[in-house]
Design a protein around this ligand. Sequence first.
Ligand code: IMP
Ligand code: MG
Length: 174
Amino acid sequence: MESPFSELLLAEDRILHRVAELGRAITRDYAGLDLVIVGVLTGAFVFVADLIRHIDLPLELDFVAMSSYGAETKSSGEVRLLKDLSHPVQDKHVIVAEDIIDTGLTLRYLMESIQARRPASVACCVLLDKPSRRVVDVDVRYRGFEIEDRFVVGYGLDHAGRYRNARSIGVLRS
Ligand code: IMP
Ligand code: MG
């Protein structure tokens, strides 16, 4: 398959190395706690699959789905929950795992919605952070990479539903 990227940003081995580091940090910080990882569908599914295999603790896995950008590359500013948690998180320690934080609207909404279920704690873990685009403040406890304001695809991230299966992350060819 021809590369979908105009520029390769993060090669597969660099991503996997960093994801393993994040998993080790979570392992250290959550030892002895009742841990639930909440992946944000669809973009975070590849990240979550790799991340949880580097967390050397008993844990539960759940997923939520949020409204996407459709075929746009800029946020509409409107966030909707399309699929809620499947299990209660009351008194558990929740880590929301997301592919990328951009404006912060998605994670802010999600963190508030999870907080309302009275977990013991809630933190977030993002693979990518575009800090220059932030509109609302979100406390990101675990961060894979900071990137510039460019639309990226691969390793679960899509444009109009495609390129999720690319093993590396790059800037979409326009
Ligand atoms: P936020 O609500 O603006 O922080 O947007 C977060 C969501 O926007 C992520 O979960 C992604 O689905 C999507 N998104 C933001 N930037 C990109 C990108 O560069 N590539 C692919 N999806 C993106
Ligand atoms: Mg997403």
